[in-house]
Write a protein that binds this ligand. Structure first.
Ligand SMILES: [Zn+2]
Length: 327
């Protein structure tokens, strides 16, 4: 059979595990060049026996705001056959999918339709850093989880009922994946549809997705704002480390993140992050999304954004500089 759902995870042959496209991009861009593209197969083992290939699109470039390039996503190979209980096959006909289901309110039906338009929709986000680094590496660090029982993508869930799996909400601890999902939803849905989206934040509750993202200028307090803070700014390199300063101020104070070389050196995806930081020179601005804490700078130089772990930041490159802007 052919798949008819958006494919949000695939099995990477080279890394021998399932992953989201965001995790695939981070892994790929962490390889030493010259890089060879990954081979992806369906997440379902039976489909893999049928050699059902999945294509990873645009995972070989850094996350960026551009209209020329589609965001990174997976796509099924149209010629390949999948088994009938593949999780990427929805058996209802498309006309049924547009009708309200029994017991469903109009709003729930509208939300279901909005989600169907998205490549990757996150239902549950866990902002905790529970996957601790072990000896510098952490398994399953892509942060993708299929369900709430703490299994990372490295765990094959062959005993799960396919029907249960199909209904399972998408859960992740991967900030970058949440950011990609948020950006795509904002770009592809109408404002009304976007406003319907909710996010369950582990240990906190269900919030409108839009309210989990707060512009830096609207941060309400020092310390933890309980949400993702974001804003545009510029990057400056200091050897292996770097700093990022937001354009917008908070209560007239400049807000900066400083990542020392030492913090970079222990980060698993340092190569990926470093290339992104270098490429930041070629773009007009960079947007930072972060789960860090805001603290007053001890020397009175504005406000510091502090991150315990570099998994708490995600950068998106802005548009390229025009030739006149490049120096
Ligand atoms: Zn399949």
């Amino acid at each position: 059979m052919k798949t008819n759902k958006r494919i949000t995870r695939a099995y990477c042959v080279e890394l021998d595990r399932e992953m989201s496209i965001v995790a695939a991009r981070r892994e790929y861009l962490s390889l030493e060049p010259p890089r060879e593209r990954f081979t992806f197969l369906c997440t379902n083992e039976e489909c893999r026996e049928l050699k059902a290939k999945i294509t990873g699109v645009n995972y070989d470039v850094n996350p960026q705001e551009t209209t020329q390039l589609q965001t990174a996503h997976f796509r099924a190979n149209p010629k390949d056959e999948h088994c009938s209980d593949c999780e990427w096959i929805e058996h209802d006909s498309s006309s049924d999918q547009d009708k309200s289901r029994p017991g469903e309110t109009e709003e729930q039906a509208a939300l279901r339709k909005a989600k169907r338009k998205l490549d990757d929709y996150i239902d549950i986000f866990d902002p905790s850093l529970k996957e601790k680094t072990r000896g510098g590496e952490h398994r399953g660090s892509g942060g993708d989880e299929i369900d709430g029982d703490g299994h990372g993508t490295g765990v094959r869930r062959t005993n799960a009922e396919p029907s249960d799996r199909r209904r399972a909400p998408t859960k992740t601890t991967d900030l970058e994946r949440l950011v990609e999902s948020y950006r795509t939803a904002k770009a592809e849905l109408s404002k009304d549809q976007f406003n319907l989206l909710t996010l369950q934040v582990s240990g906190y509750g269900v919030v409108p997705l839009r309210s989990y993202f707060r512009h830096i200028g609207a941060a309400t307090s020092l310390g933890d704002n309980g949400c993702v803070l974001f804003g545009g700014g510029t990057i400056k390199r200091y050897g292996e480390g770097f700093s990022f300063t937001f354009y917008d101020t908070l209560a007239d104070q400049r807000v900066s993140l400083y990542v020392p070389a030492k913090q970079m050196s222990t980060y698993r995806y340092r190569r990926y992050l470093k290339e992104l930081v270098i490429q930041a020179d070629e773009v007009r601005y960079v947007t930072l999304y972060s789960l860090g804490l805001l603290e007053e700078n001890p020397k009175g130089k504005g406000i510091d954004l502090k991150v315990k772990d570099l998994r708490q930041i995600a950068f998106v490159l802005g548009p390229a500089k025009s030739p006149a802007e490049s120096t």
